[in-house]
Design a protein around this ligand. Sequence first.
Ligand code: FAD
Length: 560
Amino acid sequence: MKNNMRLLIVGGVAGGASSAVRARRLSENAEIIIFERGPFVSFANCGLPYRVGNVIKKEDDLLVTTPELFKGWFNIEVRTHSNVCRVDRKKQEIEIESRTTDTVYREKYDALVLAPGAAPLKPPVEGIDLPGIFTIRSIPDSRVVMDWINRKNVRHAAVVGGGFIGLEMTENLKHLGLDVTLIEMLPQVMPTMDPEMAVYIHDHLISKEVTLCLGSPVTGFRQNKDERIDVLTAADKTIPADIVILAMGVRPEVELAQEAGLTIGDLGGIQVDQRMQTSDPRIWAVGDAVEVKNAITAQPGLVPLAGPANRQGRIAADSIVGIEPHDHLFRGVQATAVCGVLGLTIASTGLTEKQLQRLPDNQIGRDYEKIYLHPSHHANYYPDAKSITLKLIFSTPEGRILGAQAVGLAGVEKRIDVIAMAIQKHGTVFDLEEAELCYAPQYGSAKDPVNHAGMIAANILRGHLEIAHWEQQALTGKYVLDVRTASEFKNGHIENAINIPLHQLRQRMAEIPIDRDIWVYCLVGQRSYFAMRILAQTGYRVRTLSGGFLIYKAIRKISL
Ligand code: FAD
């Protein structure tokens, strides 16, 4: 592309703004114009729930950059209130409706970046447009929600959708002192987690007095006599609310691209190559509107997250400005994400077990294994250690890391970030076992939870640890051994389990039948591993139940 080209950008937030400033840094001569439909560019949409909750006190704090700063620092022109309504590929022009002057005009481009993002889903059900029902995508959206809460003496909120935005809105509405009912169509919140991991989120939400209404698709909304809204669910349950927040997911905004005849993928996102180039060599597309390759399965996916949008914006600019060599390519996504809700951190990277089970056979390896562990976020002897529940999934026999999920009160995202990086480098559990990570008592342990996960998984692959899973547990026929203390056992145990506390195991081994399959468990999986090693070396056929009694309880909850 020539150095004094005209680069036009549609959409001025994460992907669009990144593209613009990167292009400027690479080309001082290009003319760069951003067109943004709304009143703001480069605002922190991720901060909107916290603005509603008044955690972010000033709206201005959401403005990462302003049109003045774009001009002053980068010599980039920003036109807000400017809706791009057509792309004329033949003439290399776009058509813009100016919402300030009520005029329609055209601009020519040498290169065009589409960064229109994704729109919140609003299913076509009865009453969806009633006053008091809102979605959150922009600063004006946050204003109307805050205004409604203040003017209408709102006491009870219903949040529909238990994904990231639904959970963040739940947290912030609770901050405002509202009663919140969280309604989710699936039997679990956070669909990016496996169900047994989501149980920890459910328990936490309930402990914080959030009312959960799971497995309840919303069928409509009705205004009731007190000007409140009745949320109607398929289970014939009616939930009255003073305000309803819809957080039911998003759909890529592809109308412009579609009308221009650009190729749209099977999932409904704009199709792009690794340089973020669309089917037209003069047009690039980035962010929530595009379909991207999953870095592990190579399948297309829609991953509406800010990190990929920002990185794609840079890649598109590099490709447009033509920096050589053309080796800055988008590697794909693995959906690394974190979310906080009322003190609990939930983070994940890579594939979930649900996703793995849906993949065609042999797509990513012969087989997979999973482990659960509950390490402390820092040294146990240092005050205030909090437990993390971590699930690691890896291929067998190679040990390639396929995914990880974690929940806990502290130190969760750090572990998932480390594992995310290992996945990006095609790492194995042996890499986690040997990872050299920083340590001091208030930050971690000499054997960090990441090392710990790698060690357990490596033990399995090397044949030093045989595990079983609770859901495989046709316990009939198995001799189930509980190696916790007598008082732990008394407080709850698996039916028919025999209690021999670990410290008595060597003396009481004769009580355990040598001709039976032994499945041993403890609270989290550590004492049962020690027991397993003792028994295996004495000639027993023995497995430990991964994740211990804690995972057993979680699995029982989902099967109830
Ligand atoms: P956007 O940032 O949505 O920008 C698209 C812009 O294009 C919009 O401003 C729109 O007005 C404009 N536009 C669209 N069509 C046109 C047109 N025809 N003409 C002119 N302008 C147009 N991600 C995370 O990773 N972590 C989080 O914590 C997180 N929290 C979030 C919280 C909320 C409430 C929301 C809404 C999103 C959150 N996200 C989060 C997602 C993240 O914000 C998006 O993935 C990211 O902003 C996508 O960037 P984008 O450039 O594709 O689209």
